[in-house]
Design a protein around this ligand. Structure first.
Ligand SMILES: N[C@@H](CCC(=O)N[C@@H](CS)C(=O)NCC(=O)O)C(=O)O
Length: 221
């Protein structure tokens, strides 16, 4: 399977980490967003919305994008019994995992993107309104975490934790004030510990630090 990706892209890192957990080998194809590789015809033919990650299964011609869709597909298609905890079969539990994945897509990741990425991509000044929206998103997540549960949706680590962990660790790497969110900080530490055996530092910490330094280099004095 071909994975079109960029190492500093947070949603690409979730797919790389899940690949490690499931023991998958990706044929990695770098898409250089700064050089606008994603707008070349070959890539637009695969994914008209020109985003990474995009995954192509050469044996079936299936092409998927949207990282959270890729996560659910990879567990469904390649997860063994021992991986069932990642995306539970029980319909109610699965619905809660989907809910947290959608919360990440629509709210937390989106608000992180809205606050930090105009600076990264365009050198735009930071916007206090967007900062307040991101803080509100983190407050929502703080209130969605239960003090008596280890992870976001229960005591098992799921792909919702994976997706949200990459978002929150990137927000932390950007040096956003995390002090008002003690449950989030505790949950993040547990997620990092869970992911350590799967090259977490190499795949996520290093890339999050690089993206944060790009952000700081684009900030106007
Ligand atoms: N919701 C999407 C976001 C994907 C996304 O925006 N990726 C960025 C890199 S972090 C990208 O490909 N940008 C290039 C573009 O939009 O042209 C996902 O989770 O896969």
């Amino acid at each position: 399977m071909n994975l079109y990706y960029l190492d500093v892209s947070p949603p690409c890192r979730t797919v790389l980490l899940l690949g490690k957990i499931l023991g998958l080998e990706f044929n990695l194809k770098t898409v250089n967003i700064q050089s606008k590789d994603q707008l070349k015809k070959e890539f637009l033919d695969l994914n008209p919305t020109h985003t990474v990650p995009t995954i192509q299964f050469t044996d079936s011609n299936l092409v998927l994008w949207e990282s959270r869709v890729i996560l659910t597909y990879l567990v469904n298609a390649f997860g063994k019994d021992e991986h069932a905890y990642l995306y539970p079969n029980d319909v109610d539990k699965r619905a809660i995992v989907d809910l947290y994945l959608q919360f990440d897509l629509s709210t937390l990741y989106q608000r992180m993107h809205d606050y930090f990425f105009p600076t990264i991509l365009l050198g735009a000044p930071l916007d206090e309104t967007k900062k307040a929206k991101l803080a509100e998103g983190l407050r929502y997540f703080e209130n969605m975490l239960k003090a008596d549960k280890l992870f976001a949706t229960g005591n098992d680590f799921t792909i919702a934790d994976l997706s949200l962990c990459i978002t929150v660790s990137q927000i932390e790497a950007f040096n956003f004030d995390m002090l008002p969110y003690p449950k989030v900080r505790k949950w993040l530490a547990l997620c990092k510990h869970e992911l350590e055996p799967y090259d977490y530092d190499e795949i996520n910490t290093t890339a999050a630090t690089i993206l944060a330094s790009i952000f700081r280099s684009k900030l106007r004095p």
